[in-house]
Design a protein around this ligand. Structure first.
Ligand code: UDX
Ligand code: UDX
Length: 443
């Protein structure tokens, strides 16, 4: 049910965040920004030392200034000592990662570990909030774990508060969310959560813990389904000489469908959609429901990378020995995150087949190197990547790729061939410019 957020005069709280990653660092800093006192905890000492020295370990627009501002205001500190942070805080957020295991199920060992350590350290009433994306019914297990290790026999409440942050717009997504979701089992915890989020003007949904956990997996899986639906349509457009841009535009004007998340291309990646879809399939299975619809979402997404590799092979015939310029490595624009990036599958195949890859990404050079190593020559600019290449392949829709100097592109390439995985350009315009242009779902 919808409850008006409390007025801004509500109290500020001492909060601890376990896990200073993409979610913990952004959420913790934003909660400090709205007036709370936040201690960020991480068991990665190097990461904590970097943060103490004012270095931000991830690329997220606007984050560096916000961290610096709140550290200077004394609202944000960093530590590796979970026990200390728990003792000094009333509300403890668990934001450790829940990586997928080989069988698709989420690895909850870090969540379980954090819950145990919180129980061992807590010596007064605490609210333990699960921010990480977890399978439904995890809240019950966190409750059991805290009861089991509750050294000081404290009174506590467990809450689910899933995050809906998109990388690259995470701060705005936190400060201006479509909704705040809180799963609680009593009014005492609900009141504290309302007060914590009071300064954030957005629909505040109070529900039970299991429903809150499901809202997260259901939302991400539905968004992934929209993307796979658009990509399946793109294949049909290619077979029927239709244009996916026109089809999804026509669909999206229907308010019940909406235009967002219908962009066809090489498919979704990142730390969430792949993990959450595979987790949701196994969660449903463990509950006794075969979620075949989601299995198809995964299959379509995987196929898009294969299809794109075929487009490159069709354009170049033989890739062995060819030099390929790649613009973009990150799983999407405005992030340095390479987790499940489509570029990994595509580049590893091209490299295996003997192609030479010259790649440029504005932010993901360092993270890409950790994954792709010397399979790629990392260039310092988009123009440098083009030099002597037999084709240009676009894998991430960075703003700086949107208006290149096409004369420079043509002169630098051995052949005027562009294979675009993010449908950044208009096919007719590219033809007029004298390029052989391949993209996804455009006839
Ligand atoms: C988060 C959520 O955990 C995940 O469920 C959601 O789907 C995506 O966002 P994320 O913040 O992206 O994951 O993970 P990551 O960037 O890996 O950060 C996790 C942090 O927790 C790391 O810095 C890691 O060092 C830390 N950690 C992990 C701990 O401090 N203790 C642990 O026991 C495990
Ligand atoms: C997503 C959810 O949007 C966010 O609410 C959740 O908290 C975390 O997971 P994120 O993974 O950061 O956020 O990025 P998002 O912008 O959702 O894009 C996910 C993937 O889908 C990217 O690989 C992107 O390239 C792809 N995508 C997105 C498409 O292929 N087509 C689209 O139309 C939109």
């Amino acid at each position: 049910m919808y409850k008006e957020p409390m007025s801004h005069s509500s109290p500020s709280y001492s909060l601890a965040f376990i896990g200073a990653g993409y979610v913990g660092l952004v959420s913790g800093t934003c909660l400090a920004e709205i007036g709370h006192k936040v201690i960020l905890v991480d068991n990665n000492e190097a990461k904590i030392n970097k943060l103490k020295d004012g270095h931000i370990p991830i690329y997220e627009p606007g984050l560096e200034d916000l961290v610096k501002k709140n550290v200077a205001a004394g609202r944000l500190t960093f530590t590796t000592s979970l026990a200390k942070a728990v003792k000094e805080s009333t509300v403890i957020f668990i934001a450790v990662n829940t990586p997928p295991q080989a069988n698709g199920r989420a690895d909850l060992s870090y969540v379980a570990g954090a819950a145990r350590e919180i129980a061992e350290a807590a010596d007064t009433y605490k609210v333990v909030v699960d921010k990480s994306t977890v399978p439904v019914k995890t809240g019950e297990r966190v409750q059991q774990t805290i009861k089991q290790y509750n050294k000081h026999n404290i009174d506590f409440d467990v809450v689910s508060n899933p995050e809906f942050l998109r990388e690259g717009s995470a701060i705005d997504d936190f400060m201006n969310p479509d909704r705040i979701v809180v799963g609680v089992e009593n009014e005492r915890a609900a009141k504290i959560m309302r007060e914590i989020y009071a300064p954030v003007k957005a629909p505040f949904i109070e529900t039970n813990i299991n429903s809150a956990e499901l809202i997260k997996h259901a939302s991400n899986s539905f968004l992934a389904m929209k993307i796979s639906f658009a990509n399946a349509l793109a294949k049909i457009c290619e077979l029927s000489n239709a244009n996916i841009d026109q089809v999804t535009y026509g669909m999206g004007l229907d308010k019940r469908i909406g235009k967002s998340f219908l962009n066809a291309g090489i498919g979704y990646g990142g730390s969430c959609f792949p993990k959450d879809v595979s987790a949701f399939i196994t969660i449903a299975e463990d509950l006794g429901y075969k979620f075949d619809l989601l299995k198809e979402v995964e299959i379509i997404n995987t196929e898009m990378r294969e299809l794109f590799i075929q487009k490159i092979e069709q354009a170049l015939w033989v890739t062995k020995g060819k030099t390929i310029a790649v613009w973009g490595l990150a799983f999407k624009a405005d992030t340095d995150d390479m987790r499940n990036a489509p570029s990994i599958t595509i580049i590893e195949r091209l490299h295996k087949d003997g192609a030479i890859i010259q790649a440029y990404d504005p932010e993901a050079r360092h993270t890409a190197k950790e994954v792709l190593g010397d399979k790629v020559e990392y260039m310092s600019s988009k123009e440098a990547a083009l030099k002597g290449a037999d084709a240009l392949v676009i894998l991430t829709e960075w703003e700086e790729f949107k208006n290149p100097n096409w004369e420079v592109v043509r002169k630098s390439l051995n052949n005027p061939i562009v294979i675009d995985g993010r449908n950044m350009f208009d096919p007719k315009e590219m033809e007029k410019r004298g390029f052989v242009y391949h993209s996804v779902g455009r006839g």
